[in-house]
Design a protein around this ligand. Structure first.
Ligand SMILES: [Zn+2]
Length: 346
């Protein structure tokens, strides 16, 4: 089986604004050893929970603190069988009002292009953009035309709508004409830009993409994270009133399933990244959701490496748990067959 992990990251601390997520964390970013020292202290004091959390944060910082994207990628491929492929998604955080990152987006894209040349066929590079920033469309065009990138990653939580005019008029038509795919962050978690949580949730909701899906019916759009962990938790723990459908529309997971299963948006996909790597309790539900033929045909295997380094289990441990839990046929469908369709290879 040739696995394609449709959602991974190799961007480094140099691509993140200095003051993100908070200026008070700057000492820890400068001296990551501090976190390990704190973890040790917490353990001595008997705070095992805090110690474990600090150790995980330290592991995450170590990953982001790697000097080159190639260093992070080397750790990623070690978690998967020979021949596995990885869609690598960059990140632009310059439009958040938290200062400029050390390394700009053009350099981040160039480094990713070099990584893709070093691992031909195994790195599938995507471009990214914040449509509010000047030159956004030109940079995506450069990535697609000159660097051979295979798609676009968007992050509306930073504070823009998926149907932003620059995207609708310049960027989606370009991707559409080339048959290239889109991934968009779709959960209440992750990075929030210079907007309120409510506004960020509003532009992240699966239905916020409906105008795009309708205007570009051939554009294959992956709304990542399958609704996100908090909406899975709400569905499982709090439940959803089955007699008042309108109340369930606010739940990202329910909205996404309705959009895919209803058949109105055949170009809508989703991936398992982070969410299914976060809680073991989610796996049996995924197994059930995949009984629906439309759902089975539109779910992509993805992990969100190295964000997952904040969790207790390794990438390999969770990927194998998924594979064993779904069975070989179902896993092949989401990890091999569906990615090839989504990427326009079949
Ligand atoms: Zn991600």
């Amino acid at each position: 089986m040739r696995i394609t992990n449709c959602h991974t990251h190799t961007f480094t601390a140099a691509h993140i604004p200095q003051h993100y997520p908070h200026w008070a964390l700057l000492p820890f970013k400068r001296a990551p050893g501090l976190l390990r020292a704190l973890a040790l202290l917490a353990r001595v004091l008997g705070q095992e929970g805090a110690a474990a959390a600090l150790r995980r944060l330290h592991r995450f910082q170590q990953e982001a603190g790697q000097p080159r994207q190639a260093d992070i990628f080397a750790r990623l491929i070690a978690q998967y069988p020979h021949g596995s492929r990885f869609v690598v998604l960059p990140m632009q955080m310059a439009g958040m009002g938290q200062g400029a990152p050390h390394v700009d987006l053009v350099a981040q894209h160039d480094e990713l292009a070099a990584l893709a040349r070093a691992w031909p066929g195994l790195v599938i590079p995507f471009a990214t953009c914040d449509p509010r920033l000047p030159g956004a469309a030109a940079e995506v065009r450069r990535c697609v035309n000159d660097l051979g990138f295979r798609g676009l990653k968007l992050y509306p939580r930073l504070g823009f709508a998926p149907d932003h005019p620059v995207l609708m008029r310049e960027i989606y038509p370009l991707l559409d004409a080339r048959g290239l795919a889109v991934v968009s962050h779709c959960s209440r978690g992750g990075v929030t830009g210079n907007v309120s949580r409510a506004e960020a949730d509003c532009v992240s909701h699966p239905m916020a993409f409906a105008p795009v899906l309708r205007a570009f019916p051939h554009l294959q759009v992956n709304l990542a994270h399958m609704g996100g962990q908090s909406d899975w938790q709400a569905y499982i723990r709090d439940g959803i009133d089955p007699y008042h459908c309108e109340t369930s529309g606010g739940n990202f997971l329910m909205a996404l399933r309705r959009m895919i299963e209803g058949g109105e948006y055949p170009n809508l996909w989703t991936d398992l990244s982070y969410t299914l790597f976060q809680s073991e309790a989610f796996l049996p539900f995924l197994r059930l959701f995949l009984d629906h033929p439309k759902m089975r045909a539109r779910v992509l295997f993805g992990s969100d490496f190295y964000m997952t380094r904040q969790e207790a289990l390794s990438e390999r441990a969770v990927a194998v748990r998924l594979r064993a839990g779904l069975g070989e046929d179902l896993f092949r469908q989401i990890a091999e067959t569906n990615p090839e369709h989504w990427l326009g290879e079949r």
